[in-house]
Design a protein around this ligand. Structure first.
Ligand SMILES: Nc1ncnc2c1ncn2[C@@H]1O[C@H](COP(=O)(O)OP(=O)(O)OP(=O)(O)O)[C@@H](O)[C@H]1O
Ligand SMILES: [Mg+2]
Length: 688
């Protein structure tokens, strides 16, 4: 080569080469060494194909052969391996030359350009993918936000559900969205709410679905219930036990997804979405639905707790008012019935005033039974809880109940023979059964079935968490069910309020369930109700279960001794008319009565007549000391007399939470004077 051209050859930044027909380089310029790091000797000692990227060898050979065949190759690209193992991109142009078998070719290093292009392609591809993902994530996020917004607005799960269904269907593009709720017994799911794109085929599908009920594990909704998770169905028409399969087919619905709403593992309902467009299982949609499920579940629980909290507060307030009124009223009733009794004692049989006074006495009795119910409701009644068998209480009442409910109502009792004992006041349990049975009868004017069931039950942490005021633990459960008219939600929320009644005036006072509520709460139990309009109602009453087989305590024996005597009695009562009335009655039967209207006076009497006093009869609440304080002070001197308490309601200072201490007797105000005499005699005669 002439030296001038030689210089250009070596100066060129491009890679210049001459190759032979056998696959070897004949000459290379210096650029090759700079570019690849090999020496020219190394590059020329081996076939060039060994330096070409394995993926590019074939295409390079094609170009090489074309050129060998006399064609001019204007442009092609391949990769060469550098000494450090990396590859450089070359763009070639080559021309056959007159000398046969010799090729002249020029390569330009285009590695940087290729890299830039690749990076750009990657960027575009990633952008596209991201965009796609962002778009669907955006959609899911919007769906979630829309549901959150609804839940902030509405007051209850029922209000929320139709709107949530519509949002899910519209935003996620499903034609039908349904909410299935468990029935009263929690055995099957029934369609409660349905949103669909307007179309006659979907109308038909909806009304046919309303006829269906699915057990756990059956159909789309039953399977989601069983699995506890969102479940995808690629072809609902093919589901073996999918009773709606053919109906779905008729509406061209094919794909389904169901998810259960199960906060704390308790089933609230199942949502089912259906679509006519085939779609593969989409994990992001499943994830979204499982979020929605937990959002709805938490919402439902929160609302339930709020509602119960308000309810409890309302009941507390009502209880205080009712208890206060009843207490004051009781004293007045005591005076009314006491003086009418005294008057009747005095009047000869034929006296014209006997009848009117008898009426006054009867009216006072009726009024007293009302105040007793109010006291029960306000949990201010004195109770004597004992170890009781719910079964024997119920079976003892069966004859009475049958008479009560009449011929048209069938009574069914299912008593669990392994039932544990309850700690409660048997008289009060009777009251509860009676009130519930009467209500059931009233709910079934055309006749029906009243079922009374007992069984052991345990209320767990989760249940206690969902129901304010419930202590987890072992209970005996008394359930009273009817298949009567049932009640709507608005009624159900108020039934335990005193004086809430839906019955016509004169038919109900609205105290039945208030009494039940008070009795059960005072016994540290729990009452709840399930009702469906037109289907029936179940009341579940839980009493604390006791593990030991303690024997029931014996009742005080009714003494037949004449209620009179000569003993000295200390009588303490701050209501002066009641004090006077009771003292008069006792004196009329021969007793000596020392009266005191407060604790201080009582202590004065005690100091002067200690040796004679055989019995203390005292009110529970007094202006200075409590009845219990007086009893304690008398006992402190070593020889305290037996005590009889009288009160309109229990006070914590004497009888802790309304539970009488053993050995003392209690007279519920208002009382008949004969009961006072009777009980005084019993206490005086009791040995020890
Ligand atoms: N088993 C039931 N089925 C349908 N509704 C019921 C049932 N039990 C109670 N209710 C509804 O609850 C209301 C309150 O009941 P509650 O027993 O407190 O009062 P009442 O029966 O109306 O009157 P009372 O019991 O004082 O005579 C009833 O008026 C009725 O609307
Ligand atoms: Mg009632």
């Amino acid at each position: 080569m002439n030296p001038e051209f030689q210089r250009f050859f070596d100066l060129s930044l491009d890679l210049l080469c001459v190759a032979d027909a056998h696959g070897f380089f004949l000459r290379l310029n210096e650029s090759w060494e700079r570019n690849l790091g090999w020496t020219r000797e190394e590059l020329m000692s081996r076939p060039w194909a060994e330096f070409v990227h394995p993926d590019d060898v074939a295409s390079t050979k094609v170009e090489y052969n074309r050129q060998q065949g006399g064609e001019t190759v204007l442009y092609f690209e391949n990769r060469y391996r550098a000494r450090d193992g990396s590859y450089r991109w070359f763009a070639w142009s080559a021309t056959p030359v007159v000398e046969p078998g010799v090729i002249y070719a020029i390569a330009r290093d285009i590695t940087d350009r290729r890299r830039a292009e690749e990076a750009e392609r990657d960027r575009i591809r990633i952008d596209a993918e991201l965009g796609e993902r962002r778009r669907s994530e955006e959609e899911l996020r919007r769906t979630n936000a829309a549901i959150e917004a609804i839940l902030k607005e509405v007051g209850s799960f029922r209000q929320a559900s139709p709107r949530v269904l519509e949002i899910l269907a519209r935003q996620l593009g499903w034609e039908v969205a349904e909410l299935w709720l468990p029935d009263l017994r929690g055995e099957t799911l029934k369609l409660s709410e349905c949103w669909h794109v307007p179309a006659p085929a979907f109308d038909a599908f909806e009304s046919a679905s309303r006829e269906c009920a699915f057990r756990k594990g059956e159909g789309t909704v039953g399977r989601a219930w069983a699995s506890g998770e969102p479940t995808w169905f690629l072809d609902v028409t093919g589901l073996r036990e999918f009773a709606r399969g053919s109906m779905a087919g008729a509406a061209a619905l094919i794909v389904g997804v169901s998810f259960p709403i199960m906060p704390d593992r308790k089933l609230l309902g199942v949502v089912c979405l259906l679509s006519t467009t085939r779609r593969e299982q989409d994990s992001r949609v499943l994830q979204l639905l499982s979020n929605v499920a937990s959002q709805l579940g938490q919402f439902a629980i929160r609302k339930q707790l709020e509602e119960q909290f308000l309810q409890t507060q309302k009941m507390e307030a009502l209880g205080r008012v009712a208890g206060g009124v009843a207490h004051d009223f009781n004293n007045l009733l005591g005076v009314i019935s006491g003086y009418s009794e005294l008057a009747l004692d005095e009047l000869p049989e034929s006296h014209a005033l006997r009848r009117p006074i008898l009426e006054v006495h009867r009216a006072a009795d009726r009024a007293a039974s009302l105040t007793r119910q109010l006291l029960a409701f306000s949990r201010k009644q004195v109770i004597s809880p004992r170890v009781v068998s719910l079964n024997s209480v119920v079976s003892d009442m069966e004859a009475l109940l049958r008479r009560l409910i009449g011929e048209s109502v069938q009574l069914l009792t299912i008593l669990d023979p392994r039932l544990g004992s309850a700690m409660a006041d048997p008289a009060q349990i009777e009251q509860v059964v009676m009130n519930l049975a009467v209500n059931a009868r009233d709910a079934m004017p055309e006749g029906g079935k009243l079922t009374i069931e007992t069984t052991n039950a345990a209320l767990d942490e989760a249940y206690a968490h969902q129901h304010s005021g419930v202590k987890p633990g072992d209970y005996v459960l008394l359930s009273v069910s009817d298949n009567g008219c049932g009640m709507d939600e608005a009624t159900r929320l108020r039934i335990f309020e005193p004086f809430f009644t839906t019955k016509e005036p004169g038919k109900g006072t609205g105290l039945g369930l208030a009494t039940v509520y008070g009795v059960v709460t005072q016994a540290a139990g729990h009452v709840c109700v399930y009702s469906e309009p037109g289907v029936g109602t179940t009341f579940k009453v839980y009493f604390p279960r006791i593990s030991s087989l303690s024997q029931p305590e014996p009742e005080f024996a009714r003494s037949s001794a004449a209620p009179s005597g000569k003993e000295t009695i200390l009588l303490v009562e701050d209501d002066s008319s009641l004090l006077q009335l009771s003292a008069e009655k006792l004196r009329s039967k021969g007793y000596e009565v020392l009266t005191a209207s407060n604790g201080k006076e009582a202590m004065v009497c005690w100091e002067s007549r200690k040796a004679d006093i055989r019995l203390l009869i005292t009110d529970v609440v007094l202006p200075d000391l409590s009845g219990k304080d007086i009893a304690d002070r008398l006992a402190a001197s070593g020889t305290g007399p037996p005590v009889m308490y009288m009160s309109g309601y229990a006070s914590g200072s004497i009888v802790h939470s309304g539970v009488l201490e053993p050995g003392s007797r209690f007279l519920q105000k208002p009382f008949a004077l004969n009961d006072l005499l009777q009980m005084a005699r019993e206490v005086l005669d009791k040995p020890g």
